[in-house]
Design a protein around this ligand. Structure first.
Ligand code: G4P
Length: 530
């Protein structure tokens, strides 16, 4: 066994998925406080102070006050080395958010207790399901009036199609929030909101039958708790780690990230229940994270950290072995040996050069324009390719045309490069040229990014005309189907992507089903497996 087995086994790499404002940033910040990576609350992404700790690379990002790109944070807690893959929290999230989930081994789903399952959570959840990764649920903001607990669980089960196992159970909410009942120990962790911003919360555990005596809850609440737990024990499934591992059962926790309540309980259970880096598949075979030599795949490319240079950073998830700065590696898609220069890692609010990293870690390396999303890098003696990263469905489309046709060459170069980085997807009319193309994006902000970058980096002005399409489907069995003969709907448009694969765009969701019905044997897919 390699001498770094322990290093890999202590790693936990996960993403947090949520709808904006559910409390993802607050929860991340509390994790970092426990890990001692930051000293005070508010230093991760101070919306209020407009500090963009980890990704202040573009003017547009600063102007809008949001984070365009996802980042990675590493910290240590109780012997674990934890990598949190952050996903943009704004509604205008991008394809990068989805790709980030490809690098995670598990996901934490943060839900606002007053709102339940919201749109963005639903979208990100789909990607987790596709990957069959374990999903852990933190129901946040219990210090505010919450929806009925059974209703919330019911919604998760019905809307997301995953069974739930509440590890603890809330007593009241909002002004009547008294704490959380631990089903294993029969004890209640009583709520106080004095822990806000502190390093470690003081959480007191009290036997459930002592609550009234100690004036920590009234009799009615204790009776309700008793009834609810009885109902829960009778109705809900029992805990099954195997189902958790397969992403079919989500352990559920309750708390209040803002007041630092229930966060530590969650973190500790989560770290035990989640997995260390799992083997990933390359050329149909599993590569062992511990016993194989270094290997990694590129899941994100971030452009222009410095406005004066067209440099890019390629983010890689290390899948096996150990990485040493300066080591020679083999870039499989490029067919070349190279050294990864300036390998970096994010530590809370700073970026630093890494000397070594292990399976489970994420590193960002300087990319002179050689990497594409999904590329594999491995030890020089090896040659295999990790399964590619799917192309996710854009939801917004626009026709892009060049204002000054003399700049055609720069335009084509710029737009292709930006597409290669994965910020946009390019489509063409079946018989169209490159003067006028259709661009698809996951978040509308990417249109602004495209316009901004073409002007600033390539000196090209474009016109964007928004198109009404919202749904895209790849034709899975394109070789069996005559694309010209597909019986469509009035709001359907046929286009092709850069790989000349045919796709269908729709303005209405019901048209997708209708086209499916009208064309027997046509297989449509929401993701494209590259
Ligand atoms: P996000 O990253 O998921 O978008 O959410 P974020 O953590 O930024 O939280 C969104 C808002 O919800 C913030 O308030 C935050 O303070 C609040 N919040 C987070 N967790 C809890 C909680 O457990 N209880 C309560 N009551 N509020 C919570 P804001 O006023 O929008 O921003 P800020 O000015 O406080 O940063």
């Amino acid at each position: 066994m390699a001498d770094y087995t322990k290093e890999i086994e202590r790693r936990r790499t996960f993403a947090i998925i949520s709808h904006p404002d559910a409390g993802k940033t607050t929860l991340t910040e509390k994790f970092l406080l426990y890990g001692g990576a930051i000293n005070q609350a508010g230093s991760v992404k101070g919306k209020a102070t407009a500090r963009h700790a980890v990704s202040d690379w573009m003017e547009i990002e600063k102007e809008r006050g949001i984070s365009v790109t996802s980042s990675v944070l590493q910290f240590h807690y109780e012997g674990y080395c934890i990598n949190i893959l952050d996903t943009p929290g704004h509604q205008d999230f991008s394809e990068d958010t989805y790709r980030t989930l490809m690098a995670a081994d598990s996901a934490v789903m943060v839900i606002d207790a007053s709102k339940g399952v919201e749109a963005q959570t639903r979208k990100l959840f789909k990607v987790c399901v596709m990957r069959h990764i374990p999903i852990f649920t933190f129901i946040n903001k219990m210090d505010r009036d919450a929806r009925d607990t059974f209703d919330l669980l019911d919604e998760i089960e019905k809307e997301l199609g995953i069974a739930t196992y509440p590890v603890n159970w809330p007593i009241g909410s909002g002004k009547k929030f008294r704490g959380i009942y631990n089903r294993e120990s029969n004890q209640v962790m009583t709520f106080s909101d004095t822990q806000k911003g502190t390093h470690e919360g003081q959480e007191e555990n009290v036997d459930a039958d002592k609550l009234v005596e100690r004036s920590l809850a009234d009799q009615e609440q204790v009776d309700t708790l008793g009834d609810e737990i009885e109902l829960l024990d009778g109705a809900s499934v029992s805990f099954d780690q195997d189902l958790v591992d397969k992403g079919e059962l989500t352990p559920v926790f309750f708390g209040s990230a803002l007041t630092n309540f229930g966060v530590l309980t969650f973190l500790e259970h989560f770290l035990k229940m989640t997995t260390s880096p799992l083997p990933r598949v390359a050329d149909g075979k599993e590569i062992d994270p511990v016993n194989a030599d270094f290997s990694a795949f590129v899941f994100k490319i971030q452009a222009n950290m410095n406005k004066n240079h067209r440099d890019r950073i390629a983010f890689m998830r290390i899948c096996s072995g150990k990485f040493d700065a300066g080591m020679e590696v083999y870039h499989v898609q490029g067919g070349k040996k190279l050294r990864l220069s300036q390998p970096q890692q994010m530590m809370a609010d700073s970026r630093h050069v890494v000397q070594e990293a292990y399976a489970g870690d994420i590193i960002g390396v300087f990319d002179p324009g050689i990497f594409s999303i999904g590329d594999t890098v491995c030890a020089t003696g090896d040659n295999f390719q990790y399964e590619g990263i799917p192309t996710f469905a854009p939801e917004h489309f626009a026709r892009v045309s060049l204002i000054d046709t003399m700049k055609r060459k720069q335009f084509v170069k710029g737009i292709n490069q930006i597409a290669q980085e994965g910020a946009i997807q390019i489509f063409q009319e079946l018989k169209g040229g490159m003067e006028e193309i259709i661009v698809g994006v996951v978040g509308v902000l990417q249109f602004d990014v495209l316009k901004y970058r073409l002007t600033n980096e390539y000196n090209v002005e474009i016109r964007l005309e928004t198109l009404p399409y919202e749904y895209i489907r790849w034709i899975e069995n394109k070789d069996e189907v005559e694309v010209d003969k597909i019986v469509g709907t009035s709001d359907m448009k046929t286009v092709m992507d850069l790989k000349e694969r045919p796709l269908l765009l729709f303005a209405n969701s019901w048209s997708v089903g209708m086209v499916q019905e009208r064309n027997e044997g046509l297989r449509l897919a929401e993701f494209s497996k590259n």
